[in-house]
Each structure stands twice: as C-alpha cells, then as structure tokens.
Design a protein around this ligand. Structure first.
Ligand SMILES: [Zn+2]
Length: 269
C-alpha cells in the first residue's frame, strides 16, 4: 500500500520543529513521505546589520538542513524529511492572489494526504510572516476543488486546538530544535517546549486527557469557527497586538540594499 504524504508549511526555519516536531517525528517514523516548505529564510533574523541578508540566510538554511536530519536519514545520509524553499524574504512574505496560487500549485504538485500550516485566525504568534503564511495556506485550500483537498487539514500555532497527538519522541524533537543554534539556546528550547501547557491548559485536560501532547486545530471553511472563544479569547487578546519581532530600523539595510528580491521567480521547487 502506498504510504501517506504529509506537507508542513512554515513561515521560517525553526517553526516546524517548534510547533510540529512531534508530527514530523511520528510521520517519518511511520515511513510516510514528509515534506516541509519554508516560505522565507530568515533574511532579517538578526539585529546585526552586517549579517542581514544572504549571510544569515545561509546560516539558517544550513541549520534547517541539520534539523531535518534529526528525524532520520536514508542510506545515503540524506534527511527523510524533504525541504522546499519558497524564497520569499523574511518580514515580507506576501499575501496576494499570485502568492496564494503559487502555494496552491505547489500543494497540488506534492498532493499530500495530511497538510499543516499556521493558524491565521486564533494564533499566539502575530508575526507578519506567520499571518501571511497562514492566510496563503487557508485560501490555497479554500479555493481548491474540494475533491482535491488533503484528507486531513490542520492549523498549528492555534489557541483552540481540537486535534492532539501524544508526545512520544521528545529527544528527536529536542535535537531538531537545538539544531537552530543561532536562534535558540538549550534553555529557551526547554522553556518554549512547555509553552503549550500555558496556552491551552483546559483543552489539554478535557480533550487530550492531560497527556503531554502537540495540539492542532482542524481547518474548516466556515468563518464562524474562527472566532476566539473562552480562555483562547483571553490569551489571544494578550498576543494579538504584540507581534514577536521588529523594532524600528529592523529592515535597514533595505532588501534593495541587500540585493534581496521580494518577488521570487518561477514555481516553488
Ligand atoms: Zn516563525
């Protein structure tokens, strides 16, 4: 029988390992074909101006490749988790008809059975690229022929998860998270690894039976499902006006000065 295919769509290198690491580990272990798409490559992921642009991009790409190998490698030493790059610029991920269609074409090419992307509605990370990626993701699926949609469609970074998988591979996931060495220390990884317990403690108890779990929200196309409710409403209000990110002057030097193209050419490979 053909093994299922999974596709994870991430704004930046590290998001998948932080928010879907357990999913990656379990799907690779089960022998699935697992793909991860990175929308941007962290071109502005530093406060050091001399590193912005291609220099930090090369570092983050190398760290992402190292992280992907934590989930397992084939006989030739290549990661079983296959990476793809959309080549948008960190902080400038677009949300246009063109970007939605570009993502939709890629999804249809991979043809996944299970797909994951950021929750752009009830989220705990209001970073501009997370919102843009989540919106591209949502509309790419919404505008797709319903018969061609993946069987299971999930949001990560959601404050209202209703689909949980148990934590079974903490060592593997920790390996992947700390591979992003220029972004995280072991200590911050440990703290962040527990953050879900504070973001939706009641859901973890009532829906996941209090077990350590990774939580996702099922994608639906009914807007009334996307309003924050209950405890999620409270947490959402704390985070929605605090995008994790940028102070004034963060995008200096400008993408033009760094010779970064905001509009990548061609299909996503
Ligand atoms: Zn991110």
């Amino acid at each position: 029988m053909k093994k299922p295919t999974a596709l994870i769509i991430c704004p930046h290198p590290d998001d998948g390992d932080i928010m879907c690491g357990e999913f990656c580990a379990q799907s690779v272990n089960a022998g699935w074909n697992v793909h991860e798409l990175l929308m941007t490559t962290d071109e502005y992921g530093t406060t050091r101006n001399d590193f912005k642009g291609k220099r930090i991009k090369a570092i983050r790409k190398a760290e992402m490749i190292r992280a992907s190998r934590c989930y397992g490698v084939d006989n030739n030493g290549n990661a079983l988790l296959q990476l793809h790059w959309a080549n948008y610029i960190d902080g400038f991920a677009p949300f246009t008809i063109k970007s939605v269609e570009r993502l939709q074409m890629f999804i249809q090419k991979i043809n996944p059975d299970v797909i994951l992307g950021p929750d752009p509605f009830v989220h705990h990370d209001a970073h501009v690229d997370h919102l843009a990626t989540g919106r591209n993701y949502y509309y790419a699926l919404k505008w797709m022929d319903p018969k061609k949609r993946p069987k299971l469609m999930l949001f990560f970074q959601s404050l209202m998860p209703n689909f949980f998988i148990p934590i079974l591979n903490p060592k593997t996931v920790f390996c992947a998270r700390i591979a992003h060495r220029s972004q995280w220390t072991e200590r911050t990884v440990k703290i962040y690894g527990n953050i879900q317990r504070f973001l939706y403690p009641f859901r973890l108890i009532t829906v996941a039976g209090g077990r350590k779990s990774e939580g996702f929200r099922k994608v639906t196309f009914n807007y009334s499902n996307h309003y924050p409710q209950g405890f999620a409403k409270f947490v959402f209000r704390l985070f929605k006006d605090r995008p994790i990110g940028y102070k004034e002057g963060h995008f200096i030097p400008t993408p033009g000065q760094l010779q970064l193209k905001l509009e990548p050419e061609g299909e996503i490979e």
